[in-house]
Design a protein around this ligand. Structure first.
Ligand SMILES: NC(=O)c1ccc[n+]([C@@H]2O[C@H](COP(=O)([O-])OP(=O)(O)OC[C@H]3O[C@@H](n4cnc5c(N)ncnc54)[C@H](O)[C@@H]3O)[C@@H](O)[C@H]2O)c1
Length: 301
């Protein structure tokens, strides 16, 4: 099923009641809600969402940065596995979902509240929204790190078992650059390391305090999305390292968003996973690469 939106047809697969649409602009909502376009691909898309008992039936999820790239693939795999999903994203041409800028505490609070009220609670949060732009490094810190911290803290209000929530799982999207340095992107490297550290510490805090929430972090290598395709223009003062970055891309290869979404699903559904850092690499012809959990030295128990 395709929907006509102010930005054109949106090929987001949907199933009645499973995608939460809302909008701050009533006029805009009225338009897109009533304009349904039949399309030959519609049945194919809908058939991806069977109704049988599935791993995430009865679970309610929130995904930030959900409209495109990895977030869209995460949304799709959660739907395929039976969850309901609230999509939080921002930008004028995307306001048919919950318009939420993760730099704004008010926006996130409103998005989570609406999701909790609409679905009757939140079980899964994917803090995925992010940018890459070394030229706008303060904004990158604000979105990629502070946005994840704000999202996690505000979600506790809905999910923490100590305050009436029913627990669940929070998966934060970091990057391979959260485990080792990406020389052309020092601030991106710093914030992604921050996301890894924050997530691991929150997992430990949750276990020690009894929040009933698992915290895991996803660390994909290069992924074929808009963020990736424009890297050369986003290196700021490090643009002279464009060639070296390209060599890294050739060395590691490029993931499809579906591979990242599969890894996310493992972190969501496997209840033994808490405080885990999952590195997702393309698998080469010799079978090298693939997914692996990262071990860290233990200084503090
Ligand atoms: N593409 C890669 O190579 C790659 C690799 C590793 C990690 N990541 C991470 O994956 C995540 C998703 O990236 P992607 O590659 O899908 O990028 P993308 O540009 O395709 O999608 C990012 C999404 O986040 C949204 N977003 C950006 N700023 C926002 C804000 N302030 N509030 C709300 N939404 C916002 C965008 O509107 C967009 O929908 C990011 O955290 C990114 O750092 C990407």
């Amino acid at each position: 099923m395709l929907y006509q939106t102010p930005s054109g047809k949106v090929p987001l697969p949907t199933k009645q009641g499973h995608i939460f649409f809302t909008c701050t602009d009533i006029e805009c909502c009225r338009d897109w809600r009533t304009t349904e376009i039949r399309d030959p691909t519609a049945e194919v898309l809908l058939s991806q969402y069977p109704t049988a008992e599935m791993a995430l039936n009865g679970k309610n999820a929130v995904v930030t940065g959900a409209v495109m790239g990895i977030g869209k693939a995460i949304t799709e795999i959660l739907l395929q596995n039976g969850a309901k999903v609230a999509l939080l994203d921002y930008g004028e041409d995307k306001v048919f979902f919950m318009n939420c800028d993760v730099e704004s505490e008010e926006d996130i609070k409103a998005g989570l509240k609406k999701a909790a009220e609409t679905f009757g609670g939140i079980d899964i949060l994917c803090n995925n929204a992010g940018i890459l732009n070394e030229g706008l490094w303060e904004k990158m810190v604000s979105i990629n790190l502070m946005g994840i911290i704000k999202g996690s803290y505000l979600a506790l209000e809905h999910m923490n078992k100590l305050t009436g929530g029913r627990g669940g799982v929070i998966v934060n999207t970091a990057s391979m650059a959260g485990i080792g340095p990406l020389p052309s992107c020092p601030v991106y490297t710093a914030v992604k390391h921050g996301v890894v550290g924050f997530t691991r510490a929150m997992a430990a805090a949750s276990t020690l305090s009894g929040y009933g929430i698992r915290f895991n972090v996803l660390c994909p290598a290069f992924v074929q999305t808009d963020l990736f395709s424009n890297i050369p223009k986003k290196l700021g003062r490090f643009s002279e390292l464009c060639l070296e970055t390209q060599q890294l891309v050739e060395h590691f290869g490029v993931l499809d968003v579906s591979e990242v979404a599969e890894a996310l699903l493992e972190l969501v559904t496997d209840e033994t996973k808490n405080g885990q850092v999952l590195l997702v690499l393309p698998t080469d012809e010799d079978g090298k690469g693939g997914n692996s959990y990262i071990s860290f030295p233990t200084y503090v128990q």
